[in-house]
Design a binder for this molecule. Structure first.
Ligand code: TA6
Length: 304
């Protein structure tokens, strides 16, 4: 496992892209910092932990009870759910949401792009021991670009001679002042599968208030979502590319209370708005081709 000194030697760029040893016996973090804001990503899991735009405050929720141990997914941030979302359809004993979020990623590239935005690319390679649960040659990249907004992409490269199929998601936990101050717009008139009622197909009549446990896969939607927070006086806009599914999740008191890594009452200050390809939106990637799932997280002025 690379340490932050080695990574700084090889990949740092001034004070714009730097590496730090975050936790004892745990992979480093990489930080992007510019006049537009800052973002922090853990090499463990390829897991974005923080995004603070210029003139704003933290946009990403991470549980204060999160467990930073290899083998355990970090609660909060942007977990990379890959190469399957939820339970593995063929083997329920395999880890929920795949193995990317509990793997140690490598740094492939850092830089300042042609528009002067800093970026980092983290990668997972099939040759590093996934053959037993995912018998395909692949490369998975996570690319994070710090612009006036945050752009996060997972790029799946099929390096094999045969096609493979994935479901995946950027499982973004957003930080709210309190759910009672917030409303979610953008999914009106969209059908969804209600995971709390055995994937029963339902229809979203209006904007969404979080007043109970929610676990919904909105179908056939490419729309951005607006999370309007009257207390934080901001709108978080979550848009996406190459995704027809948006997952909305809040575990609320009962489910959240049963999660040891979900801080007490944390469900009052978060909602997951996930750019995803799940269920019938699964993606087959032919040999030599790639699939890019992208989400964009932007903070806008609050409008009443
Ligand atoms: O994205 C919603 C969901 O699939 C929920 O069903 C819930 O399981 C959540 O993900 C969290 O999953 P995790 O494995 O991170 O506890």
């Amino acid at each position: 496992m690379s340490n932050s000194a080695e990574l700084n030697n090889k990949f740092s760029i001034g004070n714009i892209i730097t590496f730090s040893n975050a936790k004892p016996d745990y992979p480093p973090f990489v930080r992007l910092k510019s006049e537009k804001g800052e973002a922090t990503i853990s090499l463990y899991g390829g897991h974005l932990l923080s995004y603070i735009p210029l003139n704003s405050t933290e946009v990403i929720w991470v549980s204060e009870s999160a467990i930073y141990q290899t083998g355990k997914a970090i609660r909060g941030g942007i977990p990379v759910c890959w190469p399957w979302f939820g339970k593995n359809p063929d083997d329920k004993n395999l880890p929920q949401h795949g193995f990317a979020r509990t793997s140690i990623w490598k740094i492939s590239e850092t830089g300042i792009d042609t528009e002067k935005y800093p970026f980092v690319v983290l990668s997972l390679f099939s040759a590093t021991g996934f053959e037993n649960i995912w018998p395909y040659k692949f490369q998975l990249d996570l690319k994070v670009v710090l612009k006036e907004y945050l752009e996060v992409s997972i790029i799946t490269y099929n390096l094999d001679e045969k096609p493979f199929e994935i479901t995946n998601a950027l499982h973004t936990y957003l930080y709210l002042s309190h759910v009672e101050n917030c409303v979610i717009e953008g999914l009106e008139s969209v059908e969804y599968l209600d995971s709390l009622e055995n994937n029963k197909l339902k229809y979203e009549k209006s904007s969404i208030k979080i007043e109970m446990e929610i676990d919904r896969d909105y179908q056939n939607t490419q729309s951005p979502c607006l999370i309007k927070d009257s207390e934080f006086n901001r709108i978080i806009k979550v848009s996406k590319e190459n995704s027809n599914t948006t997952v909305v999740w809040n575990p609320w008191q009962d489910t959240g209370g049963r999660m040891v890594d979900f801080q007490e009452n944390g469900w009052n200050n978060m909602v997951c708005i996930e750019a995803a390809n799940t269920n019938t939106d699964k993606r087959e990637i032919p040999p030599g081709q790639k699939h890019i799932l992208k989400t964009r997280i932007e903070v806008l002025e609050f409008d009443n």
